[in-house]
Design a protein around this ligand. Structure first.
Ligand code: ARG
Length: 567
């Protein structure tokens, strides 16, 4: 039952207002004393030429109270509706029982395609904590859009082309060897890459040499390309190991090199559209009119650049996927880059330029400033994951030493803690890595949410119940205490929260709602004795537990966390 719609309907009958306008105006009061739904009349004052409280009073007098509403009250300019609790609980519960795992899914996005470009690490550089953010935010957006019925395409736009390869080839030839790379793979590549930057500060000719190797790659030189391919394979091995642990998959790994044979036509097109000008030997699109520095298209030696590849990729993606939105998840410091080339797409006359969306996020720090690969101050993603898993293992050892599958659970909880923390705030906020906070089982954390889920599982296990069908008929009228009703209230809001998260590209809206569900459940659990209750009351309470278990699990999946059944 759609309560908001039904309330809007009875207000519409009592007034001359449009039902859709009413629906949009209906609010859910923050405090339960103010009713379950409220309709504010302020906006009507202008048209009706009366004071808002008077309007509220007049409309309320004419409303025919529907059966599911217990009480209608006018407070100032608000018409407050108090829904009959058992009707409300029964309605939400029926819906949950009927839909099961699909309770949070909808078809808002049916027939529409969303492309998400995320993670996108650079080959031959380590996967550092900065990339973690793009990976987990992108993955969560993927799941959120999917739950809304969109067709989603996840793309890992690997940084597998560009000057870094020229540098790496030079570095490898000067300071590297096969055995060392085979032994230490990306760590060794990263070591010689860092060394290149140190040496190039003293000897500028190294940069020229690097550039000439890139030109060789572009010309198809065999030696250059086989080294490039080797570096790519080594990096992908490491990346895939991390993706496996984070439980993340992509639909496409078309990285920057994928556009090598597509860029000439794009450059030609930009030229034909009279957008290309020369500046100090390079080819650029002048963006002065738009208060931005020029967008670089071709280097003076003819080499392509990061924006050239992004413009080509966007055109390719439009032609291939016909997207409704193409989302780019990167750090905030790429804002200008995206603003520039989005503008170029617009200037090229593509009316879909406004479907390109940059979704930026803040920095990650260890409390000691920005993490970088250039200066050798590298914090490897894998080391961080290992540290968190290790600490979690110790906590489990203390709290629950007899737990089965301890290692697997430490992995799910330790990694989940990091992901959860990353997605707990608006993405633009900086993240400070603090394992102490992330692993606090009593805080608003991943372990807390997973533990709440595990607690629900254990209650059900003890009761010998797994699904609603094990309970026979469920009499929701027996569930009327505030704590229980609140569980259903929070569950009933989940779907809207997911839609809001997609609208704003903000997974934290889902993350925080999971915490709301957990808190509501823990309160319910403390106030209602489940195991010692009898017959139908026990059944009804167990139904609450099943509903919570399923919804926390579904929620955790949306943000990329596993939900272990015991902890
Ligand atoms: N490889 C880039 C980096 O690590 C991110 C790429 C983001 N995606 C894109 N289409 N530009 O900074």
């Amino acid at each position: 039952m759609d309560f908001i719609y039904s309330i809007a309907e009875c207000i519409a009958k009592a007034s001359e207002l449009d039902i859709n306008d009413i629906k949009e105006g209906i609010e859910i009061p923050a405090k339960a004393e103010m009713g379950d739904y409220a309709f504010p009349c302020f906006r009507l004052a202008k048209v009706m030429r009366k004071a808002p409280p008077l309007i509220a009073k007049e409309i309320a007098e004419k409303i025919e109270k529907p059966d599911f509403v217990n009480k209608i009250e006018v407070v100032n300019a608000y018409i407050n509706f108090y829904v009959d609790k058992s009707v409300f609980v029964q309605s939400v519960l029926n819906n949950i029982v009927e839909k099961g795992q699909d309770f949070i899914r909808s078809d808002i996005g049916k027939g529409k395609t969303i492309v998400i470009d995320y993670s996108s690490p650079n080959i031959a550089k380590p996967f550092h904590v900065g990339h973690l953010r793009s990976t987990v935010i992108g993955n969560s957006l993927y799941k959120i859009y999917e739950a809304l019925g969109y067709n989603v395409v996840g793309i890992n736009h690997l940084g597998d082309w560009g000057t870094q390869f020229g540098k790496l080839i030079v570095a490898y030839k000067m300071w590297g060897n096969k055995e060392a790379v085979e032994k230490d793979d990306i760590k060794e590549l990263s070591r010689i890459y860092v060394k290149f930057h140190e040496e190039a500060e003293k000897d500028l000719s190294l940069n020229d040499e690097a550039r000439s190797w890139l030109v060789k790659m572009q010309e198809g030189d065999e030696e250059a390309l086989s080294l490039w391919k080797w570096f790519c394979d080594i990096s992908m091995k490491e990346f895939n190991r991390i993706y496996d642990r984070l439980n993340i998959k992509f639909d496409s790994y078309a990285g920057e090199s994928f556009y090598n044979d597509k860029m000439a036509a794009i450059v030609e097109e930009i030229k034909e559209k009279n957008l290309l000008t020369e500046s100090r030997g390079a080819q650029i699109v002048d963006l002065e009119k738009y208060n931005m520095p020029p967008c670089l298209i071709l280097r003076s030696d003819g080499g392509t650049l990061y924006p050239t590849r992004d413009i080509s990729a966007a055109v390719y993606r439009m032609n291939t996927y016909n997207f409704d939105k193409c989302i780019y998840v990167t750090a905030l410091d790429q804002n200008l880059h995206f603003a520039q080339w989005f503008k170029v797409i617009e200037l090229m006359g593509y009316d879909w330029a406004d479907k390109l969306i940059h979704v930026p996020f803040g920095l990650v720090s260890l409390g000691d400033g920005k993490l970088s690969t250039r200066k050798g101050h590298v914090v490897l993603m894998e080391d961080i994951l290992n540290l968190s898993v290790e600490k979690t293992g110790k906590i489990i050892e203390e709290k629950n030493p007899d737990l089965e599958n301890k290692n697997k659970i430490a992995e799910d909880v330790g990694i989940g803690a990091i992901i959860f923390d990353d997605l707990y705030n608006s993405r633009i906020k900086n993240v400070v890595f603090d394992l102490e906070r992330m692993l606090n089982f009593d805080g608003e954390t991943g372990p807390y949410a997973q533990y709440t889920h595990a607690r629900a599982c254990s209650i059900l296990k003890k009761a010998g119940v797994n699904s609603y069908s094990d309970l026979g008929s469920i009499d929701a009228r027996l569930i009327s205490d505030d704590a229980s009703v609140n569980v259903f209230k929070v569950l009933s809001e989940f779907k809207d929260k997911i839609a809001e998260a997609a609208e704003k590209n903000e997974p934290y809206i889902v993350t925080r709602h999971i915490i709301e569900i957990c808190k509501a459940f823990n309160k319910f659990y403390n106030e209602n004795n489940i195991m010692n209750s009898e017959g139908n009351i026990k059944n009804a309470r167990l139904a609450v537990v099943i509903a919570v278990r399923d919804n926390i699990k579904a929620g955790l999946e949306l943000i990329g966390l596993k939900a272990p059944e015991a902890m």
